[in-house]
Write a protein that binds this ligand. Structure first.
Ligand SMILES: [Fe+2]
Ligand SMILES: [Fe+2]
Length: 320
């Protein structure tokens, strides 16, 4: 049974063999108890990511290892179920001659590029101090970074793990933070600092994560993390700007370093200003809501009232 996209796979396909064009975005080679080598894979197209087991991996190991992450392949799989979730068993993987637009195989933000870019410009125009605008010019709008910043994911799993995910997340954080800031009547200076911190708080994810379709951390990301890399680059750029206000420097760096809000969540310092606390709250609001919405949206239809536990939130969710 040929399917147009992975979203078509549901319980009606159980035990059927389906054929689809996908990207293999993760391959973990494992050894079963009986010493058989197999692979745990993640395959995807623009509509869905699915786990798949390839028990006969060993037979085609060389072939498969040479397939690049941005190379579309044709897979034949049997649809099954494991712990209430659809799981595929791969029967065959072949290179395909078909010309495929990669956009059809990489999930993207559903906000659309125009809306995302308009939003970014909207908040940039609200920054009232030239040295703060200059910092954003150097780190966001400079062509060295802009295409990465506007296409990168914001995470490997959990939330905003799709193309333009970082951009969408930053825009959500800007919207939430700006609403709190104006509701609480922060000064122009505070609002401007806060906007800059929102733009830059996860900026270094462009170095922490690999470019899609590859999923995962870079070596630099694993070794240093986006909080340190972000603060380090921001400080370097601040030092290039003449007469950058000393207090702004401290507040912005504290905002970046403290945006995870707690030591145990990877922040080396705690938020020390109301701007930094607002950034942390807005970041949490964007991440948590997106992770619940995408997780509940991925669930298969079943009689269960609740989803399985969403590990980063520590609870299950009501489905109806
Ligand atoms: Fe972060
Ligand atoms: Fe964030």
């Amino acid at each position: 049974m040929k399917i147009k996209n992975l979203k078509e796979i549901n319980r009606d396909c159980m035990n059927k063999t389906i054929e689809a064009i996908v990207l293999i975005v993760e391959t973990k080679v494992k050894t079963a108890r009986n010493d058989k080598v197999y692979a745990d894979m993640i395959i995807q197209d623009a509509t869905k990511r699915l786990e798949a087991k390839y028990w006969d991996y060993e037979k085609k190991e060389k072939d498969i290892a040479s397939i690049k992450e941005d190379e579309p392949v044709k897979v034949k799989c049997v649809v099954g179920e494991y712990q209430g979730r659809i799981q595929l068993t791969i029967k065959d993987i072949e290179r395909t001659e078909e010309v495929i637009d990669l956009n059809e195989l990489i999930p993207s933000s559903d906000w659309g590029t125009e809306k995302l870019e308009k939003g970014l410009k909207y908040f940039y125009d609200k920054v009232e101090f030239s040295h703060l605008k200059k910092l954003l010019d150097l780190m966001i709008w400079d062509e060295k970074y802009y295409s990465k910043f506007s296409s990168h994911p914001a995470a490997k799993k959990v939330h905003h793990n799709f193309r333009q995910g970082l951009l969408q997340h930053v825009l959500e954080v800007l919207k939430f933070a700006h609403t709190i800031a104006t509701t609480k009547k922060l000064t122009k200076k505070q609002v401007s600092r806060l906007i800059v911190m929102c733009y830059l708080h996860d900026w270094a994810k462009i170095f922490e994560y690999k470019s899609l379709p590859t999923i995962g951390f870079t070596d630099e990301g694993t070794m240093l993390g986006h909080i340190f890399i972000g603060a380090h680059h921001t400080l370097n750029y601040i030092n290039q700007i003449d007469d950058f206000d000393e207090d702004d420097r401290l507040v912005i760096l504290n905002g970046i370093l403290g945006h995870h809000g707690k030591y145990e969540f990877g922040s080396p310092v705690l938020p020390k200003t109301v701007e930094a606390q607002i950034l942390h709250l807005a970041d949490l609001a964007s991440g948590d809501t997106e992770s619940i919405i995408s997780f509940t949206g991925e669930q298969e239809e079943s009689k269960d009232s609740f989803t399985p536990k969403l590990w980063n939130m520590g609870t299950d969710y009501f489905k109806r």
